[in-house]
Design a protein around this ligand. Structure first.
Ligand code: SAH
Length: 460
């Protein structure tokens, strides 16, 4: 081990930063966040840094550095762009037994600053031992995506009940089981969802009841898996996918997204093809209820966004009736994902003032839509499930007044490596593409914005 990892208490301690620019400011702001009293010595001090000095109740010395400036300091950071001054600060501090950090010069430091993931009071520090701060920062961003912002609040809640739990469970193993249950279950999820008072109430009840810690009722995460590219998942989606015991997924969830669920989770396919309802909706709703009641954490993973043509509302309606805890994680819906990856802005000041997401799903042979309003100019139409009804859609729009030369695009398997985009005009498009082997899923975008693709197409 090159360095001894430790967290230093800085509250009300004199900390000196030598240097007055942006780098000095960034280090200074950490000192102030940790409660240190900031004193700055520099020829020029930028405003942000002066503000920090004032905020912490410290002093600012505008002028040249001399060794007395660091007298009585607990910690010193040298962040000037003058190597000689930085070396001098290091030498002086070492001589006076003061902790010193010189930015970008590990050999002059008695301590180095890690990259941090701040979920106060939880703090994660990553250091490359001064070898590669960039690598440490990359590791940090990976961890940032995995650790919910709410961990800090969760730690605060746990801290308030530690003694009560200690009083109730004499044995450490019992306490460990209790906290593992709390930190990975509905109480933690309530905190992450911003419902701290409900979380506190549930925790209080759990401590009061006499039973040993038990799994109790599970919960359901209704998660939007986006249109295909796994990079488009939200942090929360990924976290819940990795903590669920059971995952019920749809046909539209891409293999790459599915690969990210917890390795040992049970995967249940409940996908529906257009005309062939593999598992009827009420059976899916029922399955969610049963699994949650058995105490499982169930991830209901859907393509795109669960609340856009996803029947997500019906699924959680049942859960609400049964009093089963659930949360909904939005996903990038096919319209935004496919439009972005096809280089088609859905709105544009010159071409389109609104965008409409429309179902193109044909029911009993017909497509019953408000064609009058759909055929208005200056808007963008996005048809989901519109491949089978494509001919009807184009005809109806023309019949109701939209110009036959209106641009149209079809995006197949949008955002994936197999993405294919076909474009044309409303009056000829269907004939042009009908023999081109187009397969689902596809989305259809209609409106003048489609023309922008000629210039803005960027993907593949
Ligand atoms: N909840 C989903 C939509 C479900 S309806 C969402 O928000 O995206 C299913 C329809 O979505 C498909 O028929 C197709 O029109 C569209 N779709 C979903 N993923 C797609 C993709 N990767 N490329 C093109 N269309 C897609």
């Amino acid at each position: 081990m090159e360095y001894f990892p430790a967290f230093i208490q800085l509250k009300n301690k004199k900390c000196v930063v030598v240097g007055g620019g942006g780098v000095a400011s960034r280090k200074a702001s950490l000192i102030v966040r940790a409660g240190g009293t900031l004193h700055v010595v520099a020829e020029n001090v930028e405003t942000a840094l002066s503000d920090l000095v004032e905020q912490s109740g410290g002093t600012q010395h505008v002028g040249t550095y001399d060794s007395e400036s660091i007298d009585g300091a607990y910690l010193v950071v040298a962040a000037t762009n003058d190597t000689k001054i930085n070396e001098q600060v290091s030498k002086d501090a070492h001589g006076k037994g003061i902790l010193v950090n010189v930015v970008d010069a590990p050999s002059l430091c008695s301590f180095i600053l890690p990259a941090i993931i701040d979920r106060s009071p939880v703090m994660i520090a990553v250091s490359s031992g001064g070898q590669s701060p960039v690598l440490a920062r990359l590791i940090r961003s990976k961890l940032e995506t995995l650790i919910p912002i709410g961990y800090g609040r969760l730690a605060g809640l746990v801290g308030r009940y530690r003694d009560a739990v200690k009083a109730k469970y004499a044995h450490i193993n019992e306490r460990r089981a209790f906290w593992e249950n709390v930190l990975q279950g509905p109480i933690a999820e309530l905190v992450f969802a911003g419902k701290e008072s409900s979380a506190e109430e549930m925790l209080g009840n759990l401590i009061k009841t006499e039973e040993a810690p038990c799994k109790g009722v599970g919960e359901v995460y209704l998660v939007g898996g986006g249109p295909g590219d796994p990079d488009l998942l939200t942090f929360r989606a990924l976290r819940l996918m990795q903590q669920a015991d059971v995952v019920l997924y749809d046909r539209l969830v891409s293999t790459e997204v599915l690969d990210l669920v917890r390795r040992d989770a049970t995967l249940i396919y409940v996908g529906k093809a257009r005309a062939d309802h593999a598992v009827p909706q009420d059976q899916i709703n029922e399955k969610l209820v049963t699994l949650a009641k058995q105490g499982h954490r169930v991830c209901r993973l859907k393509g795109g966004d669960p609340f856009i043509f996803g029947r997500g509302g019906e699924e959680i309606d049942r859960l609400a009736d049964e009093g089963i805890p659930f949360q909904v994680v939005p996903g990038i819906t096919a319209a935004s994902g496919c439009a972005s990856y096809a280089g088609i802005p859905l709105t544009h000041r010159d071409h389109s003032q609104s965008v409409r997401f429309v179902t193109g799903h044909i029911k009993e042979g017909s497509l019953d839509l408000d064609w009058e309003t759909l055929s208005k100019e200056k808007q963008t139409l996005v048809f989901y499930m519109g491949l089978v009804g494509l001919e009807k859609i184009c005809n109806q729009l023309i019949v109701h007044g939209l110009s036959g030369t209106t641009p149209i695009a079809l995006v197949q398997k949008g955002t994936t490596v197999d993405q294919r985009v076909l474009t044309g005009e409303l009056n000829t498009f269907y004939d042009e593409i009908k023999d081109q082997g187009v397969v689902a899923p596809t989305i259809i975008i209609i409106g003048n914005v489609v023309k922008l693709r000629e210039k803005l197409s960027w993907y593949r």
